[in-house]
Design a protein around this ligand. Structure first.
Ligand code: SF4
Length: 290
């Protein structure tokens, strides 16, 4: 295989995803989220570049591979600005559709709506991350990503085309975007626009991301340092907040999701909080996937 790989080849112990492939049409991501962990394993992480001969090689992979959902993308965003002109993600969708592979899109970009025509004609679930509705806070967390308002509008457009949409409230950083009132407002808005699932998880400190988070939120640095460097849990070299705190924060989101009748799941937490059938929304692919 050239570019098509099984998701989570390292068998991360807390990953509950059903089997699927993972592909990234681009290397690097321009959103510069301060909590991002790709900086721990991708050189020059904020520079988006194309992969050599991607469409030809991915088609070769698809011709040989057993049919499974394809997740796009887990270490980048499939809709960077250059996608408007390059159309590599769109080309990939066309190939996935032609070869009968369902797709799970993960993005923070409203450019995904350009491809609503293809997405609505194949088994697809679009996951859009929204960590807060507060524009100022979002600019600190995800400086170069489209603002939350644009992501909400994108969801509305996708729902008009009857595309399944999950929203990732991910990550929740203790003391930063975990306020009950803000979460309530967010879940209420998601309910009003017909979101099909909420996926949530807490911030994990990995590589250099803690330095960025503590640098931007200096007033919280000491508090976060206690949580992630004193009281923390370690899972395969990744610093997790203590289990009780993670449970409390994610239970808060689960309760709100219940209140607004939206299926809920956690991602890589090892906590019994899921009400949705799959953690990544892939059960919603089945309707058109037979
Ligand atoms: S969108 Fe994802 S890959 Fe891109 S910078 Fe943000 S966290 Fe990293």
């Amino acid at each position: 295989m050239y570019y098509l790989h099984l998701f989570d080849p390292w068998n991360f112990p807390l990953c509950t995803c059903p089997q699927k492939y993972s592909i990234d049409p681009y290397t690097g991501c321009e959103h510069r989220c301060i909590y991002c962990y790709i900086t721990s394993y991708i050189p020059d992480p904020w520079k988006v570049r194309e992969k050599k001969d991607f469409l030809r090689k991915i088609e070769r992979d698809l011709k040989k591979a057993p049919k499974l959902p394809v997740s796009m993308s887990n270490s980048s965003d499939p809709y960077p600005k250059i996608e408007k002109e390059k159309r590599i993600t769109r080309g990939t969708l066309e190939l996935l559709k032609r070869h009968g592979f369902p797709v799970l899109i993960l993005t923070k970009s409203d450019l995904v709506t350009r491809d609503a025509d293809i997405l609505s004609s194949m088994p697809s679930v679009v996951s859009i991350t929204i960590t807060t509705l507060d524009e100022n806070l979002a600019r600190k967390l995800e400086p170069m990503a489209p603002p939350p308002e644009m992501r909400i509008k994108a969801i509305e457009k996708l729902k008009e085309k009857e595309i399944k949409v999950a929203v990732r409230i991910d990550p929740i950083i203790p003391g930063i975007n975990d306020l009950q009132t803000d979460l309530r407002n967010l879940v209420k808005v998601l309910s009003s626009i017909g979101v099909d699932q909420i996926i949530s998880s807490t911030y994990k400190a990995k590589g250099d991301n803690f330095k960025r988070v503590a640098g931007v939120f200096k007033e919280k640095a000491e508090y976060l340092s206690k949580i992630y460097y004193e009281k923390n849990e370690m899972v395969r070299g990744i610093r997790y907040a203590p289990r009780e705190l993670r449970y409390k924060l994610l239970k808060r989101v689960r309760s709100l999701a219940d209140e607004y009748d939206i299926p809920f799941s956690v991602c890589r937490e090892g906590l019994p909080l899921n009400s949705a059938k799959t953690c990544d929304g892939s059960h919603m692919l089945t309707a058109k996937y037979d």
